[in-house]
Design a protein around this ligand. Sequence first.
Ligand code: ZN
Length: 316
Amino acid sequence: MANILGIHHVSAICGPPQENVDFYTGVLGLRLVKLTVNYDDPSAYHFYYGDYLGTPGTLLTFFPYPEGHPGRPGSGQATLISLGVPSDAIAYWADRFKRRDVDFDRPVSRDGLESIRFRAPDGLQLELVTSTRSAAPAPLLEGPIPWAKAIVGMESITLTEREPGPTRAILENILGFKLISESENRLDFAVEGGGSGKTLSLSIDPDGPVGRQGRGAVHHIALRATDEAGQIEDRIQVVNQGLHASTILDRSYFRSVYFREPGGVLLELATDTPGFTVDEPVERLGMSLMLPERLEEYRVQIQRALEPLRLPKVNR
Ligand code: ZN
């Protein structure tokens, strides 16, 4: 059995890069922990947001494609990203969203947990939910949100599927998830007994629309491999199930393998190491454009093609 530790990051496609930086750092109070380009298309930025260190499980990443077509939520996609906040923080966030003109729904309570859904500027569906964690693994030193209210990391991710069976088999048989609760249209799975960053839910919608990639849609979700050996083992198991898996790719800050689960969601298995301080010191994270060595010789051309950005004044 492979050993997935939980969620590593979620990557989505967004619109204008400045709007994205302003929302995730300025409104949500995450730290921009890496400013780089899409390694598969260096004409576009790749932003990583998370806690102070960019701890796996706190990471949201974006590829801005302002001219791209809008995505459509639906089956075969991750349709809801749940971010954890401390237990008494929901009212604070409802008030903040109101003052910042964020499109949000009235907070709800379910199974003793409070949550509030909201839409990021491109329509990406997120929610804040009360977490078992009281603080991020490495809280920001000077973020815009008081520590006692700040986002503590990824709580869970919901995938929408028409037919959950094949996806369930991959989660249980290869990735080591266990079913923790079940209702008519929903299955919740967890690794390591559950808790913050260890839950994936399947929302079952047999007749709903099929999702479409694009602005405001999740591109892929990444799960934490134990280490490089565990990742190789996971990859072998994926291939043995008859699924196509990529080779192991060097993403500078982690090593990645990608495969599409049978329901259509692109999954990535990512290592925790080497992490975001591999190419710049922790206090400088996110303040300059970082490029992998193979792109360094094109830095001038790459920078010229990217839209200039106003970075957060305080980013630590
Ligand atoms: Zn990724």
